[in-house]
Design a protein around this ligand. Structure first.
Ligand code: GAL
Length: 509
């Protein structure tokens, strides 16, 4: 061991002593990670370019494919002391970097291809709960197809705010992922499905998945006769997460109406407690909150009516909803711009806020941080009996580089075992109706309750999460909700909502 260490140290010492270009002109070398090393620091040392750490990651992963004594780097920020790296020569590093753009999510270049190729899985699941959940599916895939190099291409940004544009660019450029995440419903329109996506009706039929999915979900799958999305879950978009410890301490009850909510908000604020934990930095959270407040104010049928042209956005209920939305925002933490939805629920988990209104992906964080015994759930004000449907699925691009591996992935996500493994960590219920929630760990009661509610509540496909409106309308909805949060101008927000509906093809009176 000592000998090994001293050789490693000698190599490291040589690397420090020799000018980087000389060391590397000889065709690269091995390097053992020392305390206080990190990849960009090494890239700076060897190439004078902090960004060239991608070249080291790629070369090391390629080396690992032939010789497992090299470490496999899946996250460039985490490389353990003692790991063996392959440091490519300067020429190799320069050539790699000339061809590589992290912004274009060319992540596949960072990994070797397995004997049966790669599976590039594009998605935006990067938070604690989100990653744990999708990783449970990867585990199944890796176990069943060990020869495939499965690559998690996770691009942070809740609701897919960053992922969707990057993914569209890749599709247009003819450089797509093998499978990518999208919401069930109209979101597929964003990707010009007839041009870029493969219909997946055969997989849905062959696996029997269609027979075990609820009609509220299957109704959303077809776009001009074809299904491009295979669902794996049903999230509930409208939940008010509640810190029972803080409520007890403050001596307040869970409010059910807006009137009660605003009274509780005053009481909590007077005791120095943040009533509603919120983070808005991902860009979807304000629209999300407005949509939940809208339904809580005008009811489920009117909410659906506003998005299908049967109720006008000039309705006084919309005015009232905007007023309620403004008052709800006044109950949030002042630094809400600094964080995203993860920080919003973290305030509840960390006893810093009494409530947070967020979809049940937030329960994935509650589970991930072991907070299920004091963080519980309630309906947001006025939302009783309403269930905002948010469903995640995957699609296969027509030009997927590894289409067979992609099909295998889609087949797996239709399965009961995969959906159970995924959803018990994600906070959602299965897209199938035959999952057994009694075995969903400490969160079992939540999942069973959500499944029961889904079966009995009014189901509203959520616009903020791609199911209830075409993408351009969804965009305008985001913008209006965001603008309102800063100017609080009810009349102009309502006028903009009217125009957005007209743009989407629904004339308003
Ligand atoms: C939603 C998605 C969820 C969750 C959330 C936050 O749009 O359906 O799975 O990931 O965004 O990122």
């Amino acid at each position: 061991m000592k000998k090994f260490l001293s050789i490693a140290m000698l190599i490291a010492l040589l690397a420090v002593m020799m000018p980087a270009s000389m060391v590397n002109a000889q065709g690269g070398e091995d390097y053992t990670v020392q305390a206080d090393d990190w990849l960009s620091k090494l890239a700076d040392k060897f190439y004078g370019d902090v960004n060239a750490y991608w070249a080291i990651m790629s070369a090391t992963n390629q080396a690992n494919a032939d010789d497992p004594s090299y470490v496999k780097i899946t996250n460039p920020d985490v490389v353990e002391v003692g790991s063996k790296l392959r440091i490519p020569s300067s020429d190799e590093a320069v050539a790699f970097m000339a061809d590589f753009s992290p912004e274009d999510a060319q992540i596949e270049k960072l990994f070797a291809s397995g004997a049966e190729g790669q599976l590039l899985a594009g998605n935006w699941w990067t938070s604690t709960g989100e990653f744990a959940a999708i990783n449970a599916v990867y585990d199944i895939y890796r176990q069943e197809y060990p020869e495939v190099e499965l690559i998690h291409a996770g691009l942070a940004g809740g609701g897919g705010v960053n992922f969707k544009g990057a993914n569209l660019n890749k599709l247009i450029a003819g450089d797509p992922f093998d499978v990518f995440q999208l919401h069930v419903g109209l979101e597929a329109e964003l990707y010009s499905p007839e041009e870029f996506l493969r219909p997946l009706d055969d997989i849905l039929a062959e696996t029997g998945a269609l027979d075990v999915m609820p009609p509220d979900l299957t109704d959303l799958l077809k776009i001009r006769g074809n299904s491009y999305t295979v669902p794996m879950n049903i999230h509930r978009g409208n939940v008010m997460w509640t810190n029972t410890r803080l409520l007890e301490q403050a001596g307040v009850e869970v409010p059910t109406t807006f009137e009660e909510f605003f009274a509780v908000c005053d009481q909590l604020q007077s005791q120095g407690i943040v009533p509603l934990g919120m983070g808005i930095a991902d860009g979807f959270e304000l629209a999300h909150t407005f949509e939940v407040v809208l339904a809580g104010t005008v009811g489920a049928e009117n909410t659906k009516g506003l998005f299908n042209g049967t109720v006008s956005w000039t309705d006084p209920g919309v005015t009232e909803a905007l007023e309620n939305y403004g008052k709800v925002l006044d109950c949030t933490n002042e630094d809400r711009s600094a964080g995203n939805w993860v920080q919003g629920i973290a305030l509840v988990i960390n006893d810093q806020a009494a409530f947070s209104i967020m979809g049940d992906w937030a329960y994935g964080e509650v589970i991930g941080f072991d907070a299920t015994d004091y963080v519980t759930w309630n309906s947001p004000p006025g939302n009783q009996g309403q269930f905002f449907l948010v469903s995640d699925g995957f699609a296969i691009p027509k030009e997927a580089p590894n289409p067979e591996n992609a099909r295998r992935f889609i087949e797996i996500i239709t399965r009961k075992d995969a959906q159970e493994a995924f959803n018990k960590l994600k906070g959602s219920i299965c897209a199938r109706t035959d999952c057994d929630y009694s075995d969903f760990g400490p969160g079992s009661a939540y999942f069973q309750g959500s499944a029961d509610d889904f079966a009995t509540n009014a189901i509203i496909p959520m616009v903020t999460h791609g199911s209830g409106a075409i993408p351009s309308w969804q965009d305008q909805f985001y913008q209006i909700a965001t603008q309102f949060a800063s100017d609080r101008d009810v009349a102009s927000a309502q006028a903009a909502l009217v125009l957005a509906a007209e743009d989407a093809g629904y004339p308003q009176q």
